[in-house]
Design a protein around this ligand. Structure first.
Ligand SMILES: [Zn+2]
Ligand SMILES: [Zn+2]
Length: 94
């Protein structure tokens, strides 16, 4: 039954190849993920490089963060409530 053996061997070989490919893909994804984490923040509108503490994108003027009207703490532009003082932030019409 050389035919059966050949088939089994081929099947196992294919599986091993897929396993190796998966491991390589996993390693590449891990490297990319770590690289992305190390990268600086980017503006959601223009993708320009911004610092974490920037309130406004220096490239296109998009509001990245703002000050809470209640406690003056820095909050994200999309937040509707301040996590610090629980103040409700009303969205301004832009
Ligand atoms: Zn921008
Ligand atoms: Zn607040």
């Amino acid at each position: 039954m050389s035919c059966d053996w050949g088939w089994t061997g081929h099947w196992l070989g294919g599986n091993t190849l897929i396993l190796i490919l998966l491991m390589i893909t996993g390693a590449i994804l891990t490297i990319l993920f770590l690289k992305n984490k190390a990268d600086k923040y980017h503006c959601p509108t223009c993708q320009g490089a911004v610092e974490n503490e920037y309130l406004r994108c220096p490239h296109c003027g998009t509001t990245l963060k703002k000050h809470c009207p209640g406690c003056s703490g820095i909050i994200k532009a999309k937040w509707n409530y301040c996590p610090e003082c629980q103040a409700e932030i009303h969205k301004k019409l832009e």
